[in-house]
Design a protein around this ligand. Structure first.
Ligand code: NBP
Length: 473
């Protein structure tokens, strides 16, 4: 049979669920996996589906209608190149290869250039939503030529999640922009998760039980923090360990893992001169958490503060932490979107931040009510310089800032690390400060390196140097 509409290579958790999703929308699919037993078992486990399990790559390619539409869903990195290398000799002009994994956007640009040179078409598509999203409807962030997007559009729109009636997929932009936006999505996800963990840490230190925590997060999920991550956090607090009957969360080791998209986001921010301190703190919090043995040893050596968090009024503490979390979340998104906007200008991608925020409203891990006002803010002003300037978020920050400060200072006094709350607050305070101490910094630079400085009493762009006194060593 040579009439399959869509082919997928890589039948691990994402590939399996994604291809079942595609099939369920009425497309005939062909699948292939490097380890053949995986293909056989997968096809056998889903009888009655319009699905062909190929035993060789040649058979797989031969089973697809032209132009072929082949999605690669394998481990990011060398595996993607290995699959492309073996596919290329089997393909015909205008066939479409889609990399749906979490590839680094620079790899996507390299692959795009190579395949274009061979007369093939390439799409680098970020897919978010994990296993469940892949099966029921992910958010999809495809980058590549608009004409190739148009060919893929019916399949992508059919399988994507929907929010407010619209499919959670849009043509992000050219080249590696789809994977870039997915990378920043993951960075923002790191920030959201860490902020929730910091709120949890404060509540736990104040003596909240797992069932009280479940109630707090359930209530939050009815308000302006409504989101998938808040929802699953409430569920996590409800889960007990079948063996011990204890809350499962208390039995899980506090050493976090990470795969790389957070680190790539930081590297891009540094390359572009954009501050994403909330996400930075979140990535570093995972690194510090992973040093479990060192932390245990240090906990025996270093003094802890005399103060602890005592919540005589638990409801008041919940309200304060809510505001600190909400304000920090605004800062985190402002930073992440600033990075996307900066990169868009740098690369000439012409990205539409309103559309990007709109497709994140469904299917993906960071889906949240919060993305509605972000979508609106960029729709109202596509050239919005920073999300914090949008009236909705400006007012929310002004309303929250006092309690946000109280939470960060309370945590500092009790010795509870809240790196992302604190980094967000420091960013906010720097951002809203008309005057910062960088005058002294410029003086220091001029002193030791003749780097020159501008003056407050002269127009910008005029540079001065002072002959500073010599200092003895
Ligand atoms: P994995 O990232 O665990 O990759 C496993 C798949 O890659 C298997 O099908 C494996 O085949 C194949 N593979 C490897 Br490894 N090396 C290969 C090679 N040299 N040639 C051909 N195939 C090779 O799978 P996943 O968790 O489903 O993720 C797939 C992609 O989606 C990744 O880029 C991931 O970052 C991204 N993603 C994952 C999630 C998630 O929640 N898991 C969410 C969003 C995006 P084998 O069976 O022969 O070993």
């Amino acid at each position: 049979m040579t009439n399959h509409d869509f082919g997928l290579i890589g039948l691990a958790v994402m590939g399996q669920n994604l291809v079942l999703n595609v099939e369920s929308r009425g497309f005939r699919v062909a699948v292939f996996n490097r380890t053949g037993s995986v293909t056989r078992e997968f096809v056998a486990a889903h009888p009655g589906k319009a699905m062909f399990g190929a035993t060789t790559l040649e058979e797989f390619v031969g089973s697809l209608a032209r132009p072929r539409k082949i999605m690669i869903m394998v481990k990011a990195g060398a595996a993607v190149d290995a699959v492309i290398d073996s596919l290329v000799p089997l393909l015909d002009k205008d066939d479409i290869v889609i990399d749906g994994g979490n590839s680094l956007y620079t790899d996507t640009e390299r692959r795009d250039e190579r395949l274009r040179g061979l007369g093939l078409r390439f799409i680098g598509a970020g897919v978010s939503g994990g296993e469940e999203g892949a099966r029921k409807g992910p958010a999809i962030m495809p980058g590549g030529p608009a004409s190739t997007w148009e060919v893929m559009r019916p399949i992508f729109e059919a399988i994507a999640a929907r929010a407010e009636g619209e499919p959670c997929v849009t043509h992000i932009g050219p080249g590696g922009s789809g994977h870039y936006v997915k990378m920043i999505h993951n960075g923002i996800e790191y920030g959201d998760m860490q902020l929730i963990c910091e709120a949890y840490h404060l509540f736990k230190s104040a003596g909240f039980s797992a069932s009280e925590l479940a109630e707090v997060f359930t209530a939050w999920n009815d308000g302006d923090l409504e989101s998938y991550l808040i929802q699953i956090t409430a569920e996590i607090f409800r889960q007990t360990d079948p063996e011990t009957g204890l809350p499962l969360v208390d039995l899980i080791l506090d050493a976090a893992g990470q795969k790389g998209t957070g680190k790539w986001t930081l590297q891009s921010a540094i390359d572009n001169g954009v501050v994403i301190s909330t996400i930075h703190a979140a990535v570093e919090a995972r690194i510090l958490s992973s040093m479990k043995e060192r932390r245990v040893a240090a906990s025996r050596i270093f003094d802890r503060p005399a103060e602890s968090i005592t919540a005589r009024d638990k409801a008041a503490l919940v309200g304060m932490v809510h505001d600190a979390l909400y304000a920090s979340k605004i800062v985190s998104y402002a930073q992440g979107l600033d990075l996307i906007a900066t990169m868009s200008r740098e690369k000439g991608w012409n990205l539409d931040l309103s559309r990007i925020a709109a497709i994140w409203r469904g299917g993906c891990i960071i889906r949240a009510k919060f993305l509605n006002p972000i979508t609106e803010a960029y729709r109202a002003d596509p050239s919005l310089e920073n999300l914090m300037f949008a009236p909705f978020f400006r007012d929310a920050l002004n309303r929250s800032q006092q309690r946000w400060r109280e939470v960060v200072s309370m945590a500092a006094l009790a010795g509870i690390p809240v790196p992302s709350f604190a980094a967000s607050l420091a960013y906010y305070d720097s951002f809203r400060s008309a005057v910062l101490p960088a005058n002294l910094l410029q003086a220091q630079r001029d002193f030791f390196g003749a780097h020159t400085y501008e003056r407050t009493d002269r127009p910008r762009g005029e540079w001065f140097h002072t002959r500073w006194p010599e200092v003895a060593d």
